[in-house]
Design a protein around this ligand. Structure first.
Ligand SMILES: C[S@@+](CC[C@H](N)C(=O)[O-])C[C@H]1O[C@@H](n2cnc3c(N)ncnc32)[C@H](O)[C@@H]1O
Ligand code: SF4
Length: 452
């Protein structure tokens, strides 16, 4: 296994979209094309399955030095209100475009730290959204919280607004690791928000852990997982640390490359975690998630309804996902678009009455086909050839997969390709054989984190 890890541990995308962001059309997407595909997608799907909203709430009080998210560090809570007002103005721009009232099936508040915002401002935000929309028959509202900055009042307010699912960033419990990543957070602080969530009635609680952080050892990971299991979250995200200092140069500091576990050590930490989760009744979902069999994510996997988007794995899929807030990415299935990345540029466009995108990609027929294959592989670990590829392209993909086939990681038949259990950890490498955009434009500089 160690040899295979060495062989396949190369820079590669995490496939939260296809094409992946660095391969979006350099020309971007015309504003009218974006608006046209949003309308098309809305008309096709609003009555049938509803739409999803992702709302990016970027503020954090303190910088964690491993963090690759789009965030803004501040302790000035005066920023909350104007930001919420801008997000609601942006929502108005979409509602004016869509004419009919949207039916919302999913809302996710991501960050940054959504629980940076006061209960009152969170209430203003969600009530503001529903001034112009209704809930779909099934409604799933989730958010990310920082254990050090989440009060009982916030948990109760979000529950009263309809949320039944939350997730907390944990990362690691070891004091040495916590110091290096500038994120000191005790077990008691996590237990407090976990117990309060249970008491209030949340149905699904998720904990984010990361392996591959500086100074992690087998022992420290065992202890982190022991603490995690004690609180029995319904889901666990066990992320591979994405070391991307060339993108997040200013943020990823406080440790250097020598402090990070080496490739095989890092993979060992993953294997160890996985085994401990299995021993405690968790099931592996797709690439880096685990869930109790009672959780909706596991049920979605069983019924092949698992979906993957910019937030990672989700239990539901809608054709249209509108991303509100600075840096948010939206998906109309036929196109992607990303909002302006700074609050200033984002606010300026919204105030001018413009949907504040700054780049995007209109998918070609071929992109749409490859997108389906990659989603199938990432979510169901198999894909069927009957999804529209011509024979030449299919044969080239099989050719590119030949080493992976020889290494016994996948099975290829006339009808489909199936990832074997041994191949699960290499699923990003398997998807890369389908990624025509990557193959056509091999990046000259480093763009992606390592696949393993
Ligand atoms: C927006 S944060 C979660 C909410 C809150 N800000 C917090 O930290 O508790 C999203 C999650 O992304 C993950 N993450 C951030 N940077 C990462 C990186 N470089 N590699 C892997 N995972 C990362 C962390 O697990 C983090 O909990
Ligand atoms: S990990 Fe969470 S709290 Fe820390 S900087 Fe990133 S978004 Fe903010």
């Amino acid at each position: 296994m160690t040899n295979l890890i060495q062989k396949y541990n190369i820079p590669g995308p995490r496939y939260t979209s296809y094409p992946t962001v660095p391969f979006w059309d350099k020309e971007g997407i015309a504003q009218q094309d974006w608006e046209r595909t949003v309308k098309k997608s809305f008309d096709e799907s609003n009555d049938v399955e509803g739409i999803s909203l992702y709302i990016h709430l970027p503020f954090c009080e303190s910088l964690c030095t491993f963090c690759a998210c789009h965030k803004k560090i501040t302790k000035r809570h005066e920023v909350e209100q104007p930001y919420i007002e801008t997000v609601l103005k942006e929502w108005d721009l979409y509602c004016d475009l869509l004419v009919e009232r949207p039916k919302i099936r999913e809302i996710h508040l991501g960050g940054g730290t959504p629980t940076f915002f006061s209960s009152e401002n969170l209430r203003k935000l969600i009530n503001g959204i529903f001034k112009r929309a209704d809930k779909f028959e099934t409604f799933d509202f989730s958010y990310e919280g920082h254990p050090n900055h989440t009060s009982e009042d916030q948990l109760q307010t979000l529950y009263d607004l309809g949320s039944r699912r939350n997730s907390f960033g944990i990362q690691d419990y070891d004091p040495i690791v916590q110091k290096a990543i500038h994120r000191v957070q005790s077990f008691e602080q996590v237990k407090r928000v976990n117990d309060l969530s249970r008491k209030i009635g949340y149905e699904s609680i998720s904990h984010d852990l990361i392996f591959g952080l500086p100074f992690q050892t087998e022992e420290s990971i065992r202890n982190t997982i022991k603490n995690t299991i004690e609180l029995k979250p319904d889901r666990i995200a066990y992320y591979s640390y994405a070391h991307v200092p060339w993108i997040k140069g200013v943020g990823q500091r406080g440790f250097d490359d020598n402090d990070l576990p080496k490739d095989s050590e890092k993979r060992h930490l993953y294997e160890l975690g996985k085994q401990l989760f299995f021993d405690n009744g968790y099931v592996e979902i797709g690439m880096d998630h685990f869930a109790l069999p009672s959780d909706s994510l596991h049920k979605a996997m069983e019924s092949k309804k698992l979906h993957r988007n910019f937030m990672g794995y989700t239990a539901g899929k809608t054709e249209l996902m509108i991303g509100l807030g600075m840096s948010s990415i939206s998906d109309s299935w036929y196109a992607f678009a990303q909002n302006e990345k700074t609050i200033e540029d984002y606010t300026e466009k919204v105030n001018k009455g413009i949907i504040p995108i700054f780049r995007g990609h209109l998918l070609t027929e071929q992109d749409l086909i490859i997108r389906k294959h990659i989603l199938n592989l990432m979510c169901n670990l198999e894909t069927e050839w009957k999804i529209g590829l011509d024979n030449k392209i299919k044969n080239e993909i099989v050719e590119r997969l030949s080493e992976i086939i020889d290494d016994g990681l996948i099975e290829v038949s006339d009808t489909k390709i199936t990832v074997k259990d041994e191949g699960r950890m290499f699923v990003r490498n398997i998807c890369m054989a389908f990624d025509l955009r990557l193959l056509e434009n091999k990046p000259e500089t480093r763009v992606f984190s390592m696949t393993i």
